[in-house]
Ligand binder design. Structure first.
Ligand SMILES: Cc1cc2nc3c(=O)[nH]c(=O)nc-3n(C[C@H](O)[C@H](O)[C@H](O)COP(=O)(O)O)c2cc1C
Length: 215
């Protein structure tokens, strides 16, 4: 097994990348995020809403996984998950999070750090009811990240939950929206000549400031 050889067979950062003119970047990083997201959708980036969501427990033990962005407001990014999962438990003890998007097709990375807050019960209930019945049933099994004995056990759990959703569509337990309020956002545009462009926004005294970073 020679993984190094395989790695060298797959060239990194070799696409036909768009320009990122930082002199025209908006003052508000949420606007930059929206522009980049819209560009990703138009450029045919696969699953642009999937990103790495990192948390840590109270001992500082890190943990990261892919989740989907569900929405964005002028102040926050919104994800949905199970409050009893590892990330849910981490967030109860330490609200610090990192979000990392990588869009291979456009050579773009976005890094966001900030704090996550759980939405109100009413917001969670509304969002839960908008979900696909299958996703609703899965989240009602409410055991995300616990050990699973077999795939049969999962199927039975889902069937039971489907019944529960049918009988009481208002039933929701642990489905939680988390709002990430960012303090830092960095936009990285890869370039073939390796003069990658990095623009970092930082919130200082409530005002976004931006500056370039060495690649
Ligand atoms: C493409 C993709 C999208 C996912 N989206 C979500 C999501 O939006 N919410 C979620 O809780 N888990 C999502 N997952 C599952 C998580 O990666 C993870 O397995 C799960 O949330 C348990 O993580 P935890 O034990 O660290 O809390 C997704 C997985 C993949 C591969």
């Amino acid at each position: 097994m020679n993984i190094k050889a395989l790695i060298y067979q797959s060239p990194a950062l070799s696409g036909d990348y768009p320009d990122f003119d930082t002199t025209k970047a908006p003052e508000d990083p949420f606007k930059t995020f929206y522009e980049w997201f819209e560009h990703a959708v138009k450029a045919g980036v696969l699953e642009p809403s999937a990103f790495v969501f990192s948390t840590a427990d109270t001992e500082g033990e890190p943990s990261a996984r892919i989740v989907n962005l569900r929405d964005m407001t002028p102040e926050c990014f919104i994800i949905g998950s199970n409050s009893e999962s590892r990330k849910g438990r981490d967030l109860e003890g330490d609200a610090s999070v990192a979000m990392t998007f990588y869009w291979r097709e456009t050579g773009r990375q976005i890094r966001i750090t900030g704090r996550a807050e759980a939405a109100s019960e009413e917001e969670n209930r509304k969002d839960f009811l908008h979900r696909h019945p299958g996703s609703r049933a899965l989240s009602l099994t409410a055991k995300q990240s616990e050990s699973l004995g077999s795939m049969e056990e999962l199927k039975e759990g889902i069937q039971e939950a489907e019944k529960m959703v049918e009988e009481n569509p208002d039933a929701f337990k642990t489905w939680t929206l988390y709002k990430v309020i960012p303090s830092h956002m960095e936009f990285f545009q890869a370039r073939k000549d390796l003069a990658h462009v990095r623009l970092k926004y930082e919130k200082v005294d409530g005002v976004w400031q931006k500056h370039l970073l060495w690649p």
